[in-house]
Design a binder for this molecule. Structure first.
Ligand SMILES: Cc1cc2nc3c(=O)[nH]c(=O)nc-3n(C[C@H](O)[C@H](O)[C@H](O)COP(=O)(O)OP(=O)(O)OC[C@H]3O[C@@H](n4cnc5c(N)ncnc54)[C@H](O)[C@@H]3O)c2cc1C
Length: 589
């Protein structure tokens, strides 16, 4: 029942599909990222997550976090602290952080593989170091040298952790409504006052200090989102004194119960400005962009964990006979994996997870190229892809991660619903990933409202260019015709949006979610074609792993036959426009 890191599939994507062992070491700064080193890191990550992290998952869910109103402190579930310590001591918190601040300077892609394993093994525990990454990125991008020298080594070593404090009772999506205030002080610091809610890792016992990155308004700030600044507010100040940033309580919630979701009260807490006044959202987006990809990886990780449990169950559970006649005549019944409807649920998980892994790892490799290549054009091209695909990765992988967990639970019947099996926890844990870090509806608006038109539509044109280029060079690649047809539908939807969504923003809003899904299905189909081509070449070359490669081609075929056809319905939904959505008055609901 326990998690086994899907190393073979990870390596397939890393090396055989993306050629990461050639591309990454050729980038300045990543010379050491050879296949041997990457394999060693991934194998060690598998050992840690399987043996140390995963055993804390179910007990952590049952126990949850504890709040002590007296001391305003939070204790994480038993075993979390020891597991986190091993994680930090192993250097995992600083895997892709710069060497000059104590990190290991490895590619983000490698960190992403480790994150996937962590999220499969224990999503709640993975949240604590996950949020710290965002704080590190914001400081790297916008901190002063002094701030970087003091905070970064401690955050990167995992000795301290970070938070992202945006949400307030009256403001979630619409950050322009923030009320938290920051008053300038004579010594150059700020007194930060206000209440933040739902703050992940706002208070806990895993690290010695917690560094809060807080959005607040200066006294003379312009109204709305243009008047927001970012402040760094540590729990303990440099002289060791306690800052007045206190946890007011824990949220009682559906899932990720081992992750402390806190109300945070800032009572004239000492803080320091990060970046320029009133430009806080810009800095926050640096944190959010990497965090959004990470949340997509959470969906992937949970989906994989759910698939593994339900797959093993489907092979064990005996119920009814196959429609084609008994398959295990010496047993009382056949294993349920013989039934087409059970296979539908299993294959849907397998086909989307493997396709999503390719999409996510590709996107993160573009992030590495965009930050490390010495070729300006290559950096720009890679950045275009990262910008365009980030909302797709966040929304599609978290939607699918949840659907996989749900399918896994359904496949297991009543067993899936009980606490004897981890599926009910996976479903509860996966649900939040579609909401936080910008709901998936907001990701869709980001795709159609910002990313599509960015640089005169350059990213989207490059995306279509990439698909067309592949199809031209590989006209006989598996599923090439279906990928071409899907790409044409996506182009038609893109044209529709350009013609209708620019003049009428409600049309863009109405099309956004089906458009993002159509985009994701087309992209994943494209990666399936590329993966199946690699597999076909291996089979033609007489590989000794014919089962693995045959399974790839067959799984890809399932995606093309039974998932990609949704593209037609999505296109029809987009082209139906906003009328039926907007026709009812509020009273008619
Ligand atoms: C467990 C958990 C952990 C969290 N961790 C953090 C954290 O660490 N830091 C932090 O700052 N926040 C955190 N959050 C808050 C989270 O990011 C917000 O819940 C999320 O951004 C949505 O905001 P909201 O809940 O206020 O929903 P609202 O903004 O009120 O939205 C409600 C609904 O309206 C939709 N909607 C809103 N505006 C639009 C629009 N313009 N167009 C279309 N639809 C729209 C939304 O998609 C949603 O469906 C956490 C939340 C939870 C539950």
């Amino acid at each position: 029942m326990s998690y086994e890191a899907p190393l073979r599939d990870m390596q397939f994507v890393l090396y055989e599909l993306l050629k990461g062992d050639e591309v990454l070491p050729a980038l300045p700064g990543f010379e050491e990222a050879s296949r041997d080193i990457m394999d060693a890191i991934i194998n060690e990550g598998a050992r840690l997550t399987q043996n140390v992290i995963e055993p804390t998952n179910a007990p952590g869910d049952r126990e949850g976090c504890h709040y002590d109103p007296e001391s305003k402190s939070v204790t994480t579930p038993q075993g979390f602290k020891e597991a986190y310590q091993q994680f930090a001591e192993g250097g995992w918190t600083g895997m892709s952080a710069p060497v000059e601040y104590g990190g290991q300077g490895m590619p983000h892609l490698l960190n992403t593989v480790a994150e996937e394993m962590m999220c499969s093994a224990n999503l709640s525990l993975g949240m604590y170091p996950g949020l710290t990454h965002g704080a590190v990125n914001a400081l790297l991008g916008y901190g002063t040298d002094e701030q970087k020298d003091y905070f970064l080594p401690r955050l990167i070593s995992g000795e301290w952790s970070g938070t992202m404090c945006l949400t307030e009772p009256q403001c979630g999506t619409d950050l322009g409504l923030i009320r938290t205030k920051a008053e300038p002080q004579a010594d150059g610091s700020y007194a930060v006052s206000g209440t933040k809610i739902w703050i992940t890792g706002g208070e806990h016992d895993l690290t010695d200090n917690i560094v809060h990155l807080v959005l607040a308004k200066l006294p003379d700030a312009p109204k709305g989102s243009k008047g927001i600044s970012l402040f760094l507010v540590p729990k303990f100040l440099e002289d060791g004194s306690r800052n007045s940033a206190f946890c007011g309580g824990l949220e009682h919630k559906m899932g990720i119960k081992g992750s402390a979701t806190c109300v945070m009260n800032f009572e004239e807490a000492r803080g320091w400005l990060i970046g320029e006044p009133n430009k806080g959202l810009q800095a926050m987006f640096v944190m959010m962009n990497s965090a959004r990809i990470m949340v997509g990886i959470q969906g992937l990780g949970i989906g994989e964990a759910a698939y593994q449990v339900s797959r093993d169950f489907a092979k064990d559970r005996l119920q009814s006979r196959s429609l084609a006649g008994p398959q295990a005549p010496d047993q009382a019944a056949d294993p349920i994996i013989v039934h087409p409807d059970v296979r539908r649920m299993l294959l849907r998980q397998k086909a989307t997870i493997e396709g999503c892994r390719a999409l996510a790892y590709y996107t993160v490799m573009q992030l590495d190229i965009s930050q490390h290549s010495d070729d300006e054009d290559a950096r720009e091209r890679a950045d275009d892809m990262v910008q365009l695909l980030t909302p797709v990765v966040k929304a599609f992988l978290t939607d699918e991660g949840f659907f996989c967990a749900n399918d896994g639970l359904q496949l297991m019947g009543g067993s899936g619903f009980t606490q004897d099996w981890p599926l009910e926890q996976f479903v509860r844990d996966a649900r939040i990933t579609r909401i936080y870090e910008g709901t998936n509806g907001i990701q869709a608006l980001d795709l159609v409202g910002r990313k599509m038109g960015m640089n005169g539509g350059r990213s989207v044109k490059r995306f279509f260019g990439m698909v067309e280029g592949f199809l031209k060079e590989n006209a006989d690649a598996p599923y090439a015709d279906q990928v071409k047809a899907a790409s044409e539908k996506l182009q038609r939807a893109t044209m529709w949006l350009m013609q209708n969504g620019m003049s009428d923003r409600e049309q863009a809003g109405a099309a956004a979610t089906p458009y993002l899904r159509l985009f994701a299905l087309t992209t994943v189909a494209f990666f399936w074609s590329r993966m199946a081509l690699v597999a076909q070449q291996q089979l033609d070359g007489g590989t000794t792993e014919s089962d693995f490669y045959q399974s790839k081609i067959r799984t890809g075929q399932f995606f093309i036959d039974r998932i990609l056809p949704q593209a037609d319905a999505l296109l029809a939904e987009i082209e139906s426009g906003k009328d039926s959505l907007m026709a009812l008055t509020a009273e008619q609901f």
